[in-house]
Ligand binder design. Sequence first.
Ligand code: SAH
Ligand code: SF4
Ligand code: F3S
Length: 484
Amino acid sequence: MEKNVIKIDFNNIDISKEEPIHEPERQYYFIAKARKLVKDKSKKLGRPLTCMVTTFGCQMNQKDSEKLLGILELIGYEQADSEKADFVIYNTCTVRDNANQKVYGRLGFLNGVKRTNPNMLIALCGCMMQEPEAVEKIKKSYSFVDIIFGTHNIFKFAELLYTRLQSERMVIDIWKGTNDIVEDLPAERKYGFKAGVNIMFGCNNFCSYCIVPYVRGRERSRNAKDIIREIEDLASQGVVEIMLLGQNVNSYGKTLKEPMTFAQLLQEVEKVEGIKRIRFMTSHPKDLSDDLIEVMKNSKKICKHLHLPLQSGSTKLLEKMNRHYTKESYLNLANKIQTSIPDISITTDIIVGFPGETDRDIEETIDVVRKVRYDSAFTFIYSKRTGTPAASMENQVPEEVNKVRFERLLEAVQQVSKEKTQRFLGQVVEVLVEEVNQQDQSLMTGRMSHNTIVHFEGDKSLIGKIVEVKLEECRGFYYMAKLV
Ligand code: SAH
Ligand code: SF4
Ligand code: F3S
């Protein structure tokens, strides 16, 4: 774990004064206050207080959880390795219903743990908490939860925790939206050598199946200078790979006072010394510019990988999904990218079972899979999200039909991706070493610029380094290799 590098002495904040109005100073003040309470409690118990943050959902949520952990660690909590901790936080996702069901299921288990530990606190935050029905259900059926907050006020975590520590009542604070971005909050990073960096928040696209714009609010870009400062800071701490995060990075900068494109931002990021690899997530096909392709092509640091969600290969469905591209325009775009950057990896997301989908539509999708030849694809069965336009569309597809189509699609995806991955066999490539292989401790696991996973014999000292390996055997989606 990488430690906080926030340069504030929390012991020197005068907590007898009134709370500051402005952020982030206000939160620094509450961190100092909560820190005192936690210290006292810990002294009384004769042991440190422990915490656990469990993350559901996407990289945006992962990043938010690192911010929560950063605050918790300053307040004085130690990280536990299970949910049998003094403070458990679920950072939730609601993009598909199964994510919600998981949370309810695990809350039942947490209730049991809480009965055995009178000191225990439980907090829920994240996207699911932006849905009023979910919050109602928790208030009614899961009243043992201590704190509930949403996606817009995550920066207020210290203040909310302090409020709960001072009272015995459930603390609920959910904002409908926000225009603000609070900078300079702490974060506790999971990896020392790679880090996610938010470049924008929210989404304005309203794809008709998707709940994200409702729970993450309107699109807001961070100022380039704040982004660059954060990346410089990360580089000075030894980070070599960064992942720029946003729901639609291609529309970065449109809402800034001094507008800037994503391609321009990337060129600024490229200049940061020490950063060796740049990734980004996610690109909406409708906004992917020629400039971006040009910048990617000429860059020494931007990875040879593009995640370009397709959702469906049927122009009829794409229109109903409000995606603003057609099968043909997507294929043209993919072709243009592959021509400019010949060995690039393209990956995608596909939804099966959008209302009105027919066998013909799924054939169109499979056709795109075979034409683009994705390196890999995440495939999802459509999940009806209350409040989205697609939820009230006619011709919702029965589950049994979706299952059959899903299998057909998966087979096509796996076939293509297996063939595609082989193209590097025998080559010597650079991999960033990420971890000890979970199955076989004598192996290290790393990642190519193309995002392909590679296993090879080596030792822990290589973690975080970029090394050259020879790709000796392709096993479907990954390689076995040897250090050269
Ligand atoms: N902003 C990203 C996607 C974020 S959600 C983008 O536009 O590409 C990640 C993926 O979840 C989406 O690409 C989509 O494939 C899937 N998804 C979103 N809503 C869904 C739903 N209601 N049912 C099933 N899958 C969904
Ligand atoms: Fe959802 Fe579409 Fe926004 Fe992605 S671009 S988060 S799929 S609404
Ligand atoms: Fe889920 Fe929220 Fe991400 S709904 S996918 S955690 S933006």
